[in-house]
Design a protein around this ligand. Structure first.
Ligand code: TYD
Ligand code: ZN
Length: 406
């Protein structure tokens, strides 16, 4: 299956096929599973600009509906991280007279609430109603819409140019990225910056984190592909910083060409990517083969544990859990439930495989023998919180970068 690149119209050849998958954040109610939506999850790379992207695209209105359940402030680690970013912006970028910052996909306002507290002009652009309302209750101004070129023009007319446009785990979710980049280019002040952080292709590939692929991740960014995209839309990649979130993300800073010095890290990371042949079709194909092996190992391990009479429960219901369980055919017969601290996910089921989601209390009330850690990117925080489970002999099963038990 081949496609046209959403950035440059080049040819995108499929390299990784994770089979039929539902919408990862659908979380249907137990009685709502009869007419679920499935699509073929195939990921490929553009021959021309090297952007890694989904071949089949799910309309954004279907993904980011009013009841979209993901809360960016759902972990203490993430809260600290985004509050830190707000502080950095306040100190380093929002220092002029009456500065203005816009955030694309501001979710529950975890970053902008700090900006609002400081009394700085801001606007979150967030189409999912429930999380948008949550952020409004924290004092954040929100435009409840999708961001694109025309939204950018309206924002500019109403609020003026932005000193900072920010996005976290949002920009790679937008399949009309070309329109977003055109919009950002219009919205930015002359010396403004577009800062965004998204899961990094290099980290995904290095860890064989195939569960980072799902319907919402329209793209998986690399330094090389972002450099090319920036150039195409009249911007320049001036800074990159690797950040630990989501198993390894990259924070990119784009500015108007010549406005900011290009940091040495841009060349260093680009060099690492080239040396590691990250932007090659064969690298993605090899990643797909390793994913298959992990999937087989995990299904095998769960089958063995079940045959021995051990009880396995899932920990965390991130979007990633939909990819893994659907890819490996893991259902409630093998993993009777998962626990997750997000109230809007509890009482629902993982899309496609219909594993019920319960509160973490269900886990601690009756510890299983093994906990399959779907939220592996929060391993430290979760294992610290659930120390008692390990102390009582419970074991954690992880599957990134390979299947192992700790
Ligand atoms: P996350 O990995 O942040 O997102 P994604 O959906 O993009 O893969 O999701 C982590 C999930 O784990 C989220 O639903 C909240 C849950 N969680 C817990 O249940 N307990 C915890 O202690 C933490 C940190 C997260
Ligand atoms: Zn391309």
């Amino acid at each position: 299956m081949d496609n046209r690149c959403r950035i440059c119209d080049g040819m995108v050849k499929g390299a990784v096929d994770l089979g039929m998958q539902p919408r990862a954040n659908a979380f249907p109610l137990p009685g709502e599973t009869s007419d679920e939506f499935f699509f073929r999850l195939t990921v490929g790379m553009c021959d021309s600009c090297t952007m890694v992207q989904l071949l089949e695209d799910i309309p954004q209105e279907v993904r980011y509906h009013d009841g979209y359940p993901y809360h960016a402030s759902g972990s203490a680690g993430h809260r600290r991280h985004f509050e830190g970013i707000a502080e950095t912006f306040l100190e380093a970028e929002l220092t002029g007279r009456d500065p203005f910052i816009a955030e694309i996909g501001s979710n529950d306002g975890v970053m902008l609430a700090k900006i609002a507290e400081a009394g700085v002009r801001h606007l979150g652009v967030e189409p999912s109603r429930e999380v948008a309302e949550l952020s409004m209750s924290r004092g954040v101004q929100v435009l409840p819409e999708f961001f694109d070129e025309s939204t950018a023009e309206r924002i500019c007319a109403e609020h003026g140019h932005a000193d900072v446009v920010f996005g976290a785990n949002a920009i790679a979710h937008i399949s009309h990225l070309a329109s977003v980049l055109r919009g950002v280019e219009r919205l930015l002040a002359r010396d403004g910056v577009f800062v965004f952080e998204e899961p990094y292709l290099g980290s995904v590939v290095a860890q064989t984190a195939f569960d980072m692929l799902y319907d919402e991740h329209s793209f998986v960014f690399s330094v090389r592909a972002i450099q090319a995209a920036a150039e195409r839309f009249g911007l320049e990649l001036v800074r990159v910083e690797h950040v630990p979130l989501h198993g390894g993300s990259m924070r990119y800073t784009l500015a108007r060409p010549g406005q900011r010095p290009v940091s040495p890290a841009v060349h260093e990371w680009r060099g690492l990517e080239d040396a590691g042949r990250l932007a090659e079709h064969a690298t993605l194909e090899d990643f797909g083969r390793r994913a298959r092996r992990i999937g087989d190992d995990l299904a095998g391990l769960l089958g063995d544990l079940r045959a021995k009479g051990h009880r396995v429960v899932g920990y965390g219901a991130p979007a990633k859990a939909a990819t893994v369980t659907n890819y490996c055919g893991i259902g409630p017969d093998v993993v009777p439930f998962v626990c997750d601290s997000t109230p809007s996910k509890q009482g629902r089921v993982i899309a496609g495989t219909h594993i019920p989601v319960k509160s973490p209390k269900a886990f601690s009330d009756d510890y299983p023998d093994y906990a399959l850690l779907f939220a592996w990117n929060h391993a430290e925080e979760i294992m610290a919180k659930e120390r008692k489970f390990s102390e009582r002999g419970g074991r954690w099963i992880l599957y990134v970068p390979e299947v192992h038990i700790v």
